[in-house]
Design a protein around this ligand. Sequence first.
Ligand SMILES: [Zn+2]
Length: 91
Amino acid sequence: MPAGKHKSGHYRKIFVRTPGGRVTVHYRERKPQRAICSTCLKPLLGVPRERPAQMRNMPKTAKRPERPYGGVLCSACMRSFLREKARREGQ
Ligand SMILES: [Zn+2]
């Protein structure tokens, strides 16, 4: 019988085959949702989907693309935003 905390949906089930050949259920915390673009809400590429403890141990360059607004806007939205910005400054 699983412990009460394992019945909540907060954990995901992992079926692990033991050295003896039995299959047991292990419980792991679910990964967070994918990061999304703040304007078009599409999932961002190059942003890992990991638990905060793993994210903390990861180098900053592995956590988001190395470009202006990397990890906030997708590449298409970043391009159109920079274009709009340049047009506004030109006036
Ligand atoms: Zn976008």
